[in-house]
Write a protein that binds this ligand. Structure first.
Ligand code: ADP
Ligand code: 5GP
Length: 211
C-alpha cells in the first residue's frame, strides 16, 4: 500500500462462533501489520486470566455501560452470552480519521446493527465483513473445552449459540475456515491487503496534483 495516497480507513468487521480462533488469528495479524488497529470494546464481563483493561477490553460495570448507551457513545452494542459488549464510536473514529484501518471482533447481532446503520452512508464508510468459522462443530467444541476459560454451563450456552451463528455466514463479504492456523492467518492478511487496493478507499485520484 502506498502511504502517500489520500485514503479513508477501512473497518474490518470480524465475527464467528466463540472458540473458532478469531482472537488467535487477529492477534497474529495485528502484531505484524502496523496500519491495522484493534478497536477495544467495552464489556461488563469479568476479565479472564491475563486480560488487561484497555488492551483486550474496557472492563466496566453495567451502570457505566448504561451511561455510554444514554450518551449515544456506542456504534453498536449487544447482550452476548449473558454479558454486555459495545463498540465505542471514539475507538473507530480515532483510527479511520488518520487513514488507517480498524479491526472489530464482535458478535453477529453487532454485525447486523452495523450493517443496518452504515447502509445509508456506505459511500463514506468502508466496511468489510469477514466470517471466521471452525472446520467442524466437533472441532469447535474441542477448542472451547481445551481453552478452558469458561465454566461448563457457559460452554454449553456458547455451543448452542454457535449452531445459529454458523447459519449467518452468507451475510459476510469474506469467509475463512480456520482449519490450519497459518493458512487462516495468511487468508486474513490477503483479504485485508486486497481491500486496501479497492478504488472505494481513495478520497482523491492518485494522480491529482498535491495528493
Ligand atoms: P475465539 O476468539 O474465536 O473465541 P480463540 O482465539 O480464543 O477463539 O481460540 C479458541 C481456542 O482454539 C484457543 O485455545 C486457540 O489456541 C485454539 N485455536 C485457534 N485456532 C486454532 C487452529 N487452527 N487449530 C487448533 N486450535 C486452534
Ligand atoms: P468473549 O467473552 O469470548 O471475549 O467474547 C464473546 C463474544 O462477544 C464474541 O463473539 C465477541 O466477538 C463478542 N464481542 C466482543 N466485543 C464486542 C462488541 O463490542 N460488540 C458486540 N456486539 N460483540 C462483541
Amino acid at each position: 500500500m502506498d502511504s502517500n495516497l489520500n485514503r479513508s480507513g477501512i473497518v474490518f468487521v470480524i465475527s464467528g462462533p466463540s472458540g473458532t480462533g478469531k482472537s488467535t488469528i487477529c492477534n497474529h495479524v495485528l502484531k505484524t501489520d502496523p496500519r491495522l488497529h484493534f478497536s477495544v470494546s467495552c464489556t461488563t464481563r469479568l476479565p479472564r486470566k491475563g486480560e488487561q483493561d484497555g488492551k483486550h477490553y474496557f472492563f466496566i460495570s453495567k451502570e457505566e455501560f448504561d451511561e455510554h448507551i444514554s450518551k449515544d457513545n456506542f456504534l453498536e452494542y449487544a447482550e452476548v452470552h449473558g454479558n454486555y459488549y459495545g463498540t465505542l464510536h471514539s475507538e473507530i473514529d480515532r483510527i479511520i480519521k488518520k487513514g488507517e484501518d480498524v479491526l472489530l471482533d464482535i458478535d453477529i447481532q453487532g454485525v447486523t446493527n452495523i450493517q443496518n446503520k452504515y447502509k445509508p452512508i456506505s459511500k463514506t464508510v468502508n466496511c468489510h465483513y469477514i466470517f471466521i468459522g471452525p472446520p467442524s462443530f466437533l472441532e469447535l467444541e474441542d477448542r472451547l473445552r481445551s481453552r478452558a476459560t469458561e465454566l461448563e454451563d457457559v460452554i454449553v450456552q456458547r455451543l448452542a449459540a454457535a449452531k445459529i451463528e454458523l447459519q449467518h455466514w452468507c451475510s459476510y463479504d469474506s469467509i475463512i475456515v480456520n482449519s490450519n492456523l497459518d493458512d487462516a492467518i495468511n487468508n486474513l492478511t490477503t483479504i485485508i491487503e486486497a481491500q486496501r487496493l479497492s478504488r472505494n478507499v481513495l478520497l482523491t485520484s492518485p494522480w491529482d496534483e498535491g495528493s
